[in-house]
Design a protein around this ligand. Sequence first.
Ligand SMILES: NC(=O)c1ccc[n+]([C@@H]2O[C@H](COP(=O)([O-])OP(=O)(O)OC[C@H]3O[C@@H](n4cnc5c(N)ncnc54)[C@H](OP(=O)(O)O)[C@@H]3O)[C@@H](O)[C@H]2O)c1
Length: 342
Amino acid sequence: MNNKKILVTGGTGLVGSHLLYELVSKGSFVRALIRDKASIEKVRKVFSYYSNNENNLIDTIEWIKGDILDIVSLEEAFENISIVYHCAAVVSFNNKNKSALLKTNIEGTENIVNLCIEKQIEKLCYVSSVAAIGSTDNGDLVSEKEMWIPADNHSLYSISKFKSEMEVWRGVQEGLNAVIVNPSIILGPGFWETGSGEIFKKASKGMLFYTLGKTGFVDVRDVTSAMIQLTESNISGERFILNSENHSYKDLFTEITEAYGVKSPRFNAGKKLMNLAYYIDSLLSAVGIKKQEITKSIVKSSLNSTNYTNNKIKETLGFEFITIKESIRFAVEKFNQEIKAS
Ligand SMILES: NC(=O)c1ccc[n+]([C@@H]2O[C@H](COP(=O)([O-])OP(=O)(O)OC[C@H]3O[C@@H](n4cnc5c(N)ncnc54)[C@H](OP(=O)(O)O)[C@@H]3O)[C@@H](O)[C@H]2O)c1
């Protein structure tokens, strides 16, 4: 597959930058869609975690300016491409980003799927999320088979990921070769100010409170490795949960704070306290004192308990996941190195 031309969207994000590294270090020809060339520095930093040759590796990438909502730029990006990895999305639980979130994730994926069909792309790998999978009533492990029920009380992000994934399934119905991955919360270094990367920045200062919820976590290196293996296989029209381990938030944050050597959370922030924190945060953001950080979706998901199975990917590829302890060790090491260097 090395001589096939690959297009990556979202290459300047957490998943995309780690994916770019894995692809170019294998010698693949890669074109990456980019909105702002200054973002290449984020990718360079990620490459430097793994190689001293980051500048040469970055130079092998063909950067192409474009936006998944701009079909003209996408037409150009798709020229002579055989394989597409679609990682671009807005990852946010803040309702203030409502229109950008829905439009980018759903319409952007629709554009990618349509071009994949029109240009007869050999294979599309789409990064969905466990947010696009349903839940179980009885606490059983959630598998790929659980149907997402529209009537449930979903976050906008979850709605956007479900509808985006539906675009890919529509493409499969129309003959597109596609594979979908549904990662749980992705842990990885480099994006400390956004998305799941913020977990490491927040925990670095120590924590007082934990919430009772539980969910799945996966290392970004496992996400990219599974994406490449699935894309290079002859599997199509299937989705795969990518989840290393299920942990309570208390255990996860205790593990991260211990890795930093700072205070671990000791007090349970129950529903009442979480709601109070939400109202105070909303008030401060409404009067412009701070950016809203705690949203209703965050309150809800921090109290929810969901456990995901990873049997399908293990059985299909014989995949072995990096432990969450090791994911945390790796990300905390990179965080500390950056803080010392700055
Ligand atoms: N992080 C998680 O815990 C997690 C868990 C499950 C699934 N996922 C899924 O994994 C995928 C990647 O997430 P991530 O964590 O890597 O997100 P991220 O770090 O926020 O990166 C998002 C990427 O999408 C790009 N992008 C956003 N809007 C775009 C547009 N209109 N046109 C072109 N590019 C655009 C961003 O470009 P700029 O650099 O220009 O902003 C960035 O490269 C997403 O589909 C997400 O839903 C993430």
